[in-house]
Write a new protein. Structure first.
Length: 302
């Protein structure tokens, strides 16, 4: 630990000398290596040269994160590792502007750090709502009103959080504003609170303007039931979206997630009818009610 601390102090001194603002971006977080062996690379790329390695259980400092990679410091040296294999340990004092500032969110919640199994209904269930995209990542753009997917997913997500809380669930959002969070951070949030369900909200886009409809994706067969239940909930909720089916999807936030997870594509922004519909408050209310009912049915069946 001392070596790590000395390393941090050294690094802080360097940052201050070179460019003080760089210090603002440091995350000041510790993480434990959660793989047997993890390569440390020169830059944040799988093809970058390996400059060292760390072993399972070793503790390192996370300086920053981007695109699923963590800039780490250990024994006075820095490098990049895949953030997926890090289990972070927040200190609760982190600043809001941290890119990985989600630790704050976790630290300030009343979540216990243990898995708690409750049966039936939404009461006490931990639901992580993930409004897709955000910040520089704006997602799809509506064909007619230039609706931004990142703004619409946030609107849907905030409403979903409100309705789920009203139904007794404990809700956490991967983002509450237009900040950018990496996909790895979103998965981390889901896993660190032992989410009973992680729901990623998106709006689809296609080069063919006639393509429309609602799809819910799962990545692991065990999550198919969750996706099915949400799809049915939304279809029965009065959104009048066409049923484009429950499908397997190879999306990072549901693929890397060890918690029950599903990704919803609430219509196509590239389709005139879907876009205009999605913007209305009626649609938002109906879609979210459908998600809530879908989740409730899913938990009732377990
Ligand atoms: Zn999307």
């Amino acid at each position: 630990m001392n070596k790590v601390l000395i390393g941090i102090v050294m690094l802080m001194s360097i940052s201050q000398t070179l460019s003080p603002p760089a210090l603002q971006a440091s995350t000041d977080a510790e993480a434990v290596v959660a793989a047997d062996h993890l390569n440390v690379r020169k830059i944040d790329s799988i093809s970058a040269p390996v400059i060292g390695s760390v072993r399972g259980g070793e503790i390192l400092s996370v300086l920053s994160e981007r695109n699923g990679w963590a800039h780490i410091e250990i024994h006075g040296k820095t490098g990049w590792v895949s953030a997926v294999y890090l289990k972070k340990r927040g200190n609760g004092k982190r600043e809001k502007h941290d890119e990985a500032g989600i630790w704050n969110v976790v630290a300030n919640r009343s979540f216990s750090t243990q898995e708690v199994r409750r049966s039936g209904g939404l009461n006490g269930k931990r639901i992580v709502i993930d409004p897709g995209h955000g910040g520089v990542d704006r997602g799809a753009k509506g064909a007619f009103h230039s609706t931004l997917e990142s703004e619409l997913t946030l609107r849907t997500g905030l409403l979903a959080a409100e309705k789920l809380r009203a139904a007794g669930a404990i809700v956490m959002m991967t983002r509450m504003n237009n900040d950018y969070f990496s996909l790895a951070n979103r998965v981390f949030q889901s896993e660190s609170v032992f989410a009973d369900a992680f729901i990623s909200i998106h709006y689809n886009s296609s080069l063919r303007p006639d393509v429309s409809g609602l799809s819910t994706f799962y990545n692991k067969s065990v999550d198919q039931e969750l996706a099915q239940s949400i799809q049915e909930g939304i279809l029965n909720g009065g959104t009048n979206l066409q049923d484009s089916g429950v499908k397997f999807g190879d999306y990072y936030v549901i693929r890397e997630n060890q918690r029950p997870s599903a990704l919803i594509e609430l219509g196509f922004l590239s389709n005139r009818h879907d876009e205009l519909k999605a913007e209305t408050q009626d649609f938002q209310e109906n879609a979210v009610s459908g998600i809530v009912i879908g989740l409730e049915n899913y938990f009732n069946q377990r």
